[in-house]
Design a protein around this ligand. Structure first.
Ligand SMILES: Cc1cc2nc3c(=O)[nH]c(=O)nc-3n(C[C@H](O)[C@H](O)[C@H](O)COP(=O)(O)O)c2cc1C
Length: 310
């Protein structure tokens, strides 16, 4: 009888001990998870955006994330502090020039360093093609200590777009920005339950295709332009009587190609043809003379939607 009681009590004790063990293990699990799950609270928006479309896209993605945000703008100068820690999310948004990331953006961001920092590389292009740009930006950040957790390519109004030759006018529009916000929300949700940033495979980003006809037509045009050495090279012109010498163009120029007191002159060795001065001129005194605007407008009319991975 005594033994049975003893056994019972021992059984009871064992049962109690097991229960406690489960409780203790769950307590440690929660404690562990609190420290191990990434605790991201801020987002840094790193951008280069002469005509503002890359900025708009990045802001909408950050808005969707709902983290506290700060902007690191490389449009006018090389930013000072480009070091980022693992407890923040970094969004890098840059335009596509000639199928690659705008070279000056990469120069200005060369000192970027992450510490296993989750990053979202975004390229913004003028509805023709982004070609190598997304992979280039992905590798750029990856080789600097960042972990690309999502990648995106969005369409922005083409820098060469005018009312006469419209190319993706008004993009990113309300639909693009809603997509960008929804994507930002999904990124934040994914990060909120991840223990560490998981690298996305860039090969999963699929570029929207152009029709064979437009591609061939455009390629033939480009080849013809290259052969024609005496043809017009894209350059900015100023209509003297329209220019009020307000100096806004000089302020908007990312490379200092326009002198503040001498708006009529553009230093062609510095000009990157970004069209910030053209689009920002209050009196429409500046225009980019380029043979590419009409052909881009004709060949790449069909709306392309943003492509993203997560
Ligand atoms: C010099 C130059 C080259 C460009 N090359 C391409 C290109 O290869 N493909 C494309 O679709 N858009 C191209 N664009 C258009 C820009 O990628 C697009 O307008 C982008 O939205 C500009 O970004 P931003 O507003 O941040 O300056 C080019 C624009 C410029 C100025």
């Amino acid at each position: 009888m005594q033994t049975a009681l003893c056994k019972l009590s021992i059984k009871g004790m064992t049962a109690t001990r097991r229960y406690e063990k489960r409780e203790i293990s769950s307590f440690f699990h929660t404690l562990f998870a609190t420290f191990v799950i990434m605790n991201i609270t801020t987002v840094s928006i790193v951008l280069f955006s002469p005509t503002g479309t890359s900025r708009k896209v990045a802001m909408a993605v950050a808005d969707g994330c709902r983290y506290e945000s700060r902007i690191v703008d490389a449009t006018y100068r090389t930013p000072e502090n480009l070091h980022f820690e693992s407890n923040e999310l970094v969004i890098v948004s840059v335009p596509v020039y000639g199928g690659k990331v705008a070279p000056i953006a990469l120069q200005r961001l060369d000192a970027m360093r992450g510490n296993n920092t989750p990053v979202v590389p975004i390229v913004v292009y003028g509805n023709r093609a982004y070609e190598e740009a997304a992979e280039q930006l992905y590798e750029f950040v990856r080789s600097r200590g960042f972990v690309p957790v999502a990648v995106g390519a969005f369409v922005g109004e083409h820098s060469y777009s005018t009312s006469q030759h419209p190319i993706a006018t008004g993009r990113p529009d309300a639909t693009d920005l809603a997509d960008a916000r929804a994507w930002g929300k999904a990124i934040a949700e994914k990060l909120s339950c991840a223990k560490h940033p998981k690298r996305i495979d860039i090969a999963t980003l699929k570029e929207p295709r152009n029709s064979i006809f437009s591609t061939i037509r455009f390629v033939l045009f480009v080849l013809k332009q290259r052969r024609n050495k005496s043809g017009v090279k894209p350059h900015v012109e100023v209509i003297d009587h329209k220019c009020k010498r307000c100096g806004k163009c000089a302020k908007l120029c990312p490379t200092g190609a326009i002198e503040a007191g001498n708006c009529l002159h553009t230093d062609t060795t510095r000009c990157i043809k970004c069209c910030a001065c053209v689009k920002g001129c209050p009196t429409k005194a500046r225009k980019l003379d380029t043979p590419y605007a009409p052909i881009l407008s004709q060949c790449f009319k069909k709306r392309k939607s943003p492509v993203t991975t997560l």
